[in-house]
Design a protein around this ligand. Structure first.
Ligand SMILES: [Zn+2]
Length: 138
């Protein structure tokens, strides 16, 4: 319970800091926009961290819903596999967004994410330190 409150208040703090930073930048509407990136690393990093946190929470909730449906079906209630499928597809989309935000955040932090294995490499690496594949730069 204590932990939940702490997480909640950190989240609110991140939100307010994020919106304050965006207000300061004034021309920004959405923190994922290119304008936010130009406005400065700190604000967009915070926004990305918030989005990643929110997506992880949402994925957790959806997976919990799947678990409850599975539990109910094993307890004799009619199974709703259509609903499960729907939720899992939704989770896949959330996961894709999450991965994209993580890559963006790590890029902002000066890391290069290997497109092949996902390893975070230092920005000056030309090849992945884990799998040896070339690292692309934008
Ligand atoms: Zn790699």
């Amino acid at each position: 319970m204590k932990f939940e409150i702490k997480v909640q208040s950190l989240r609110q703090l991140a939100r307010s800091v994020c919106s304050a930073a965006l207000d300061t930048a004034s021309l920004l509407q959405e923190c994922s926009s290119a304008a936010a990136r130009r406005a400065g690393g700190a604000a967009s990093r915070l926004c990305l961290e918030r989005k990643i946190h929110d997506l992880r929470s949402e994925i957790g909730l959806q997976m919990q819903a799947v678990g409850e449906i599975m539990y109910a079906s094993h307890r004799g209630s009619p199974s709703d596999s259509g609903k499960v499928q729907e939720i899992l597809e939704y989770v896949d989309r959330l996961q894709e967004k999450l991965d994209a935000h993580r890559r963006e955040l790590e890029t902002l932090q000066g890391l290069l994410i290997c497109p092949a294995c996902g390893e975070a490499n230092h920005a000056n690496c030309l090849y992945c330190q884990n799998c040896g594949k070339p690292l692309s730069r934008q």
